[in-house]
Ligand binder design. Structure first.
Ligand code: COI
Length: 331
């Protein structure tokens, strides 16, 4: 049995090596290169590939694997939006993701960044760095005084609700699939419009699907309360960033915490410290005192990385052995 893993970063190696020690019966090869039609050849002889990348798994890439006799692919992340499912279906690919690696990693990042916007920590830090130790005008808004609207109450949304309730905040939620436990608590509103109208802070926890594309746009922003705070740690294409920037310019939006950006591929997780940022919008957003940009790092914790490696390798092994895995993506 052989699994070949792509895009293995240094911080993933310890978990991978532990998995290899615990599974001496499996031959494991790995590379730091990403999977593409050329690098697919590295997996020759393998029964399954283990991958994480934001680059697309194109028809060409999947065909290259198919030609090597490989039709088992385990993703080390949640999002499957970069897979060409039509080709995958054609070649009968078994695909798994790691749907739950650490909901807390992402939820707690959303809570922290939202609280930082409310307490104006970015402008306050800048003032202090400049030895301006006055209080005004960086007055904070207390988390417990806000109504948080959580769009999407799956694993991550649910943990965020728990964290915010711990702060004493009022939380309302919207989801097309209602969680019975949260339903019993009465957190659900019946429509997104109701959520927009009632929320001081709105946090997005839904996947990138055609129906969610640019759900935060000029029209939906107009339905929100003045001074709303927006948090997006999910997917960049949920927001029409131009509409959000206009809302920031007009003062309708009090602040934005964003960990994802529609054009982040090729931009995030790269060192631009010696070069001009190639994206003017992200440079503009980073420069704003009421915007917190993080480069898709909400997930990036030791616990999450361990789970991503371990669960994806377990899923690859299950596929090879013909066993069921709860992480299989049904498509
Ligand atoms: C995902 O798991 O899909 C994420 O968004 C995190 C990724 C950057 C590893």
């Amino acid at each position: 049995m052989k699994i070949f893993a792509y895009g293995i970063r240094e911080d993933e190696q310890a978990a991978l090596k532990e998995w290899m020690t615990n599974h001496p019966e499996v031959e494991v090869g790995y590379t730091d290169e990403l999977l593409n039609p050329q690098t697919a050849q590295l997996a020759a002889g393998a029964d399954a590939v283990d991958v994480y990348q934001q680059l697309a798994y194109t028809p060409e890439t999947l065909t290259a694997l198919h030609e090597l006799g490989i039709n088992k692919m385990s993703l080390r992340n949640v999002g499957t939006d970069n897979i060409d499912f039509e080709t995958a279906r054609c070649f009968d690919f078994s695909i798994s993701n790691v749907a739950v690696y650490s909901p807390n990693a992402i939820a707690e990042h959303a809570a922290i960044q939202g609280a930082r916007i409310l307490r104006q920590t970015k402008p306050l830090d800048h003032k202090i760095e400049n030895h301006d130790l006055r209080w005004a005008p960086t007055i904070g808004r207390e988390v417990r005084m806000q109504t948080f609207g959580i769009i999407g109450t799956g694993h991550i949304g649910h943990v965020l609700i728990d964290i915010l309730q711990g702060f004493g905040a009022k939380v309302i939620g919207y989801d097309i699939y209602r969680n019975p436990e949260l339903e019993a608590e009465g957190i659900y509103v019946d429509s997104l419009d109701e959520l927009y109208a009632q929320s001081d802070v709105i946090s997005l926890h839904v996947p990138s699907l055609p129906e969610n594309y640019h759900m935060i746009n000029k029209e939906t922003i107009a339905k929100m309360k003045d001074d709303v705070v927006l948090i997006n740690v999910s997917r960049g294409d949920l927001m029409d960033i131009d509409a959000v920037m206009s809302g920031l310019d007009s003062g309708k939006i009090f602040g934005l915490a964003m960990d994802v950006y529609e054009n982040e591929v090729g931009l995030f997780n790269k060192d631009w410290s010696n070069d001009k940022l190639p994206d003017e919008k992200i440079a503009d957003l980073i420069a704003r005192e009421n915007v917190l940009v993080t480069p898709h790092t909400a997930f990036y914790t030791t616990k999450a990385v361990y789970e991503m490696v371990t669960q994806s390798m377990n899923a690859s092994l299950a596929f090879i052995k013909g066993e069921e895995t709860a992480n299989e993506v049904k498509y």
